[in-house]
Design a protein around this ligand. Structure first.
Ligand code: BG6
Ligand code: MG
Length: 208
């Protein structure tokens, strides 16, 4: 039986992919190349710097390490402008209900996200209080598919990996959860999340 639930943030609890997309697209526009929503799929679950490298690769552009830091910062400034306006209406269907349901059952809840803006977003959408632990991009050194983020979350909950379940929408995140030795529920389509123990379209299917 599961004692802990670890949630990815972007694409599982909130739909921030559209804001990441808009912010990256502005950089691409400035460089003068097209960055499509299909390209944006490659950024899901991936760290900010790695995302920038993928964007540069799409545009066939190469810049110095120093410029990369400046561009990543510029992207984040734009992204912050979008997420500052977020509220509870941007929680994905079923997210809040499912978190409450788990709480009622005594399941401990942690966040396991690559984002350095995770704590801010949890506050904005009003679910920060539901988390017993928050592990995000400010706390981990190794990005998904490395299991670090989930192992740390499980440890902060005071549990063992086989007592935890992970909820993930990104392929790299599912791989990280498997590597951590946890039960994994893919949120999205079996087409790319087939490695998960179970795949559902959204948390609303579980909150039901
Ligand atoms: C992940 C997103 O949750 O966080 C990625 O899926 C994003 O798209 C990554 O690049 C890092 O986010 P941030 O907020 O630290 O730039
Ligand atoms: Mg995600």
């Amino acid at each position: 039986n599961i004692k802990g639930a670890l949630f990815d943030l972007d694409g599982v609890l909130v739909d921030t992919a559209k804001y990441h997309y808009l912010a990256w697209k502005e950089l691409a526009d400035q460089w003068g190349f097209e960055f499509t929503e299909a390209d944006n799929e490659r950024l899901k679950g991936v760290s900010r710097m790695r995302s920038l490298e993928i964007v540069l690769e799409v545009g066939g552009i190469s810049i110095s390490e120093e410029e990369k830091l400046a561009k990543a910062e510029q992207k984040n400034e734009r992204y912050l402008e979008y997420i500052r306006r977020m509220d509870a209406s941007e929680l994905l269907p079923g997210a809040k209900d499912y978190l409450y349901r788990l709480k009622e059952r005594g399941v401990r809840i942690a966040l396991g996200s690559a984002s350095k803006n995770a704590a801010f977003i949890l506050e904005k959408v009003g679910i920060a209080d539901l988390f017993d632990a928050v592990v995000d991009g400010t706390k981990v050194a190794k990005a998904k598919p490395d299991p670090e983020v989930f192992l740390l979350g499980c440890r902060e909950l005071g549990l063992k990996p086989d007592e935890c379940a992970v909820f993930e929408d990104a392929e790299a995140g599912v791989a990280a959860a498997i590597a951590a030795g946890m039960y994994v529920v893919g949120i999205g389509s079996p087409a790319n999340l087939g490695a998960a123990n179970r795949v559902v379209g959204g948390l609303d299917e579980l909150a039901g």
